[in-house]
Design a protein around this ligand. Structure first.
Ligand SMILES: Cc1ncc(COP(=O)(O)O)c(C=O)c1O
Length: 441
């Protein structure tokens, strides 16, 4: 008997008892190769001694001092470190505890920014279909993921959404990648004109879409055009890098590879590598300055904002990434991973697409490679893939909905940045066994 209200109310879970490097062990000492860092969290692997030591030091010195009364050294140092990696000077960071809170902070920044600028009608936040920006009321309202929205009935706010930039499914035959990127971005302008720019506060998107589509990068030029459109219509651009940021794609910020500067960036997951719950909302200087000069300030806060131990973990994780040059390994092993996946499954009859950047890769499963049709819902492919991974002693992240609604399956891979070829070779063998079991239809 358990008193725990589990995520899956009828599910049973093995008890995780220890972890080290690339592996987690359960109470029966079964080993699980962690090739998704849970959900793109464990970026420096498990129990990294430098992170553990820094965290222990901080907890012994001062675990917590409420940031309504004090700042603390880890928060100051971490903010310096992250803003130092942003390409414009003067950015500021608001630290919270999880991705949903980081996005809620971003939305509140956008709303209060426009009110401070005497434009209170600018309220709506445009997002994209299939998107996931968190599970709190505001963040889920602004997410486009239908299965996750549906369970809330008609309670959520329903704001405008445009199609994602998803070349595998939406690029037309004969259309160049650049033309497709432009066409997909222009959907934002059409939506703004339809709704009225004076009603829109912000547009939010993931530069590389994670769990809801299975690692989808935008077509070339897409985000540069999105930036132009936002500038032309006075709309804030929020880059949700909760999953794809903090080095996951090979650069610290995912937007760096798209050559655009967002107004607000949200980070979580990898930022403290799972050692503590931590998230960050970075805002450009001009937004912060608006709150300062107006004298109205920014009205927001949670008990654990800027939590000293959480920020100490974040600082230690980012130090490890820098000191061990882990982003070089992300790029190197990312290329190896892509090549190994293509080599093993490129000709698989049910593998439609293998894609991604750095150590962030997706495999889209289809019933028919020509038509890209998904498997019927009643085959429950995503659920069976999830069960098969655990049986294989593998942590990866199968997801659904990459076609429409809950149809379409993909597997997300987001291994720790310390991954070596040997781990990738083990992954391929485990995936092969899973596909043999589940995709034998
Ligand atoms: C892109 C993105 N945004 C926001 C969130 C919400 O983060 P959290 O689960 O930490 O609240 C997630 C979580 O998976 C995510 O992938």
């Amino acid at each position: 008997m358990t008193a725990v209200f589990y995520r899956g109310v009828t599910a049973t879970y093995p008890l995780a008892v220890r972890a080290e490097g690339m592996y987690i062990y359960d109470q029966e000492n079964k080993q699980y190769l962690d090739m998704s860092g849970g959900a793109a969290v464990s970026c420096v692997g498990h129990q990294h001694p430098q992170v553990v030591a820094a965290l222990c030091d901080q907890i012994q010195t001062m675990s917590f001092a409420h940031t309504a009364f004090f700042s603390n050294e880890p928060q100051e140092l971490l903010a310096d470190k992250i803003t130092g990696k942003f390409s414009e000077d003067g950015a500021k960071i608001y630290f919270t505890s999880g991705g949903s809170e980081a996005n809620e902070t971003a939305f509140k920044l956008a709303w209060q920014y426009w009110r401070t600028k005497d434009q209170p009608t600018k309220k709506k936040i445009i997002s994209r279909h299939h998107s996931y920006h968190g599970n709190t009321y505001g963040a889920l309202s602004i997410s486009g993921n239908l299965p996750r929205r549906r369970v809330m009935g008609d309670i959520l706010i329903d704001w405008p959404r445009i199609d994602p930039c998803y070349a595998y499914r939406n690029q037309r035959p004969g259309e160049s990648a650049e033309d497709y990127g432009l066409r997909a971005a222009n959907m934002l302008e059409d939506m703004i004109l339809q709704e009225g720019a004076d009603t829109i506060a912000a547009f939010i998107a993931e530069p590389v879409v994670g769990a809801s589509l299975g690692v989808v990068s935008a077509a070339p030029g897409y985000f540069r055009r999105i930036r132009e459109i936002c500038d032309a219509h006075d709309i804030l651009l929020i880059s949700d890098e909760i999953m794809c940021g903090t080095g996951r794609t090979g650069t610290f910020f995912a937007h760096e590879q798209e050559n655009f500067l967002p107004d607000i960036v949200t980070l979580a997951k990898g930022i403290a590598g799972g050692y503590q719950p931590l998230a960050a909302t970075l805002t450009r200087a001009h937004i912060h300055e608006t709150f300062v000069t107006s004298g109205k300030g920014f009205d927001h806060g949670h008990t654990y904002v800027g939590h000293a131990s959480a920020c100490a973990a974040g600082l230690a994780v980012l130090n490890v990434i820098d000191q061990e040059n882990l982003l070089d390994n992300v790029q190197k092993q990312g290329d190896y991973l892509q090549a190994a996946l293509e080599d093993a499954f490129g000709d698989h009859p049910y593998v439609g697409d293998i894609r991604g950047r750095g150590l962030f890769r997706g495999i889209e499963i289809v019933a028919d490679k020509q038509t890209k049709a998904p498997f019927p819902d009643d085959l429950k492919i995503t659920k069976r893939l999830k069960q098969a991974t655990m049986k294989q002693g593998l942590i990866c992240y199968p997801g659904g909905g990459s076609y429409q609604d809950n149809l379409g399956s993909h597997i997300l891979l987001a291994p720790p940045f310390i991954t070596q070829p040997d781990h990738i070779d083990q992954l391929i063998e485990k995936l092969r066994a899973m596909f043999d079991e589940v995709l034998d239809v």
